[in-house]
Design a protein around this ligand. Structure first.
Ligand code: SAJ
Length: 420
């Protein structure tokens, strides 16, 4: 029943920290990734992603001989699949990476092995994965047919860690364990207890899949509420930040913060999995997605209005007006620009504006390809000095530290209430 070798398939933002957490408990871990660069980097004891403390844990694990990365699965006692599950054209979940991972590990499976799916997945994905494995290995029995007697144990156990705090939350957060049978859940709990300080809470695979989607949809709906309030308050000439702080003094009200939209790889994606499977029922969840996805366009309309005011007041030509976007990351105090509504806003502004568009992002030293050539990266002081119109998009600590007297421009679109 013990796990001598643990294999983690997919060495990205979730897989690599998970592999490192097992290895830090002196378990032999084999990480698998199709990306040769990632594999080579890890085998040097370095990392290819940015996450506090991960570099140290990976280095110790590799130097100690506990963690090794390869490009093709090898035999192990437990396999954790942590590959991307993006959506296709019409927001339908794409399980192609899960299917490829299942098919690649099937040949090395042996009696008694445990396979866990961690990737955010639509309801039923774990049963589907079990079928792919069963089709590839008719010599082994699987839970869907053999129940408790199955040769292979299968479970869905979603990750719930917050980027930027992964190494802490991975160990401390409770884990939802969705085994296909009670025995599968028992085996999966035993595996996570190798490093987990939180609790293992047992359910079935379908509920565990829905639980992960529910957590991120809950947050998306709550952010949409805040974003909708910001639109209403702009119409009514009410300061939304003051309004929310007042309403939150009620003991049972806790409104989140509006912003330029919702970014990242999870909250803007996962609710669509529920909508795709339940289009008739998921009306609120669907609407929340539309509200949050529509926010960048609303912000750009506010910028257009500010530029129009600026032109009237200064007699400048549009080509002479400089617009500075403060922040590009998808949330404060990180350097991750992928799926960022701030990048989308900067892009929309640069596409529309014939003058110069500036950007300030203290956490990066170069612009992403999509913005390079359209937007100029500036320091805080240069942007404050040169810009006519200022657009606050991300409440980085550096921006919160700017003194009000250093902001001379009257044309400010503040989506985060930093300079309210
Ligand atoms: N945001 C707002 N207003 C808020 C809070 C967030 O506009 O009041 C925006 C952020 O700026 C960002 C987006 O929402 O653009 C998402 O940020 P986040 O901090 O809410 O979440 P993520 O994407 O970094 O991580 C989420 C977390 N899920 C929940 O909090 C329910 C994390 O625990 C999950 O593990 C992660 O998704 C994931 O991998 O699914």
């Amino acid at each position: 029943m013990s796990f001598n070798t643990i294999s983690v398939i997919g060495l990205g933002y979730i897989g690599l920290p998970t592999a490192a957490a097992f290895a830090s408990r002196q378990k032999k871990v084999v990480g698998v990734d199709v990306n040769q660069h990632a594999v080579d980097t890890i085998n040097r004891g370095a990392i290819h992603i940015v996450e506090p403390d991960l570099d140290r844990v990976v280095k110790e694990a590799v130097d100690g001989g506990y963690l090794q990365a390869v490009t093709k699965p090898v035999a192990a006692d437990a396999f954790l699949i942590a590959v991307p599950t993006p959506f296709k054209g019409d927001h339908e979940p794409d399980l192609a990476y899960v299917e490829a991972a299942a098919k690649s590990l099937a040949p090395v499976l042996k009696k008694g092995d445990l396979v866990i799916l961690e990737s955010t997945s639509p309801v039923g994905a774990t049963e589907q994965m079990a079928q792919w494995l069963a089709q590839a290995r008719s010599d082994l029995s699987f839970p869907q047919d053999a129940g408790e007697q199955a040769d292979i144990n299968i479970a869905y156990c979603p990750e719930r860690v917050l980027p930027g705090q992964v190494m802490v939350e991975l160990i401390r957060n409770d884990r939802v364990i969705g085994g296909m049978t009670p025995k599968c859940s028992e085996r999966a709990s035993a595996l996570y207890k190798i490093f987990l300080e939180g609790e293992c809470v047992i359910t079935n695979s379908r509920t565990a899949e829905m639980c992960k989607l529910t957590e991120n949809s809950f947050r998306d709906v709550n952010i949409a509420f805040a974003n909708e309030l910001s639109l209403i308050c702009a119409e009514q000439d009410i300061n939304v930040w003051e309004l929310i702080s007042l309403a939150n003094r009620h003991p049972r009200v806790n409104i989140l913060q509006p912003g330029p939209g919702v970014g990242g790889h999870c909250i803007a994606v996962d609710p669509w999995f529920i909508v795709a499977q339940n289009p008739q029922q998921a009306r609120l969840i669907h609407t929340a997605r539309l509200v949050n996805d529509g926010k960048p366009l609303w912000v750009v309309d506010r910028v257009k209005a500010a530029v129009a005011d600026c032109l009237v007041a200064t007699n400048k030509r549009a080509a002479e007006v400089k617009i500075a976007c403060f922040g590009l990351a998808f949330k404060p105090n990180i350097d991750d620009l992928r799926e960022s509504p701030a990048v989308e806003v900067a892009h929309l502004i640069a596409d529309w504006h014939i003058g110069e568009t500036l950007a300030v992002e203290p956490n990066v030293d170069h612009l992403p390809k999509s913005l390079a050539g359209h937007v100029t990266l500036k320091t805080i002081m240069d942007a404050l000095e040169q810009a006519d119109v200022i657009v606050m998009l991300v409440d980085h600590k550096e921006f919160r530290a700017i003194k009000p007297q250093d902001i001379k421009q009257p044309w400010i679109v503040d989506t985060k209430g930093v300079w309210r």
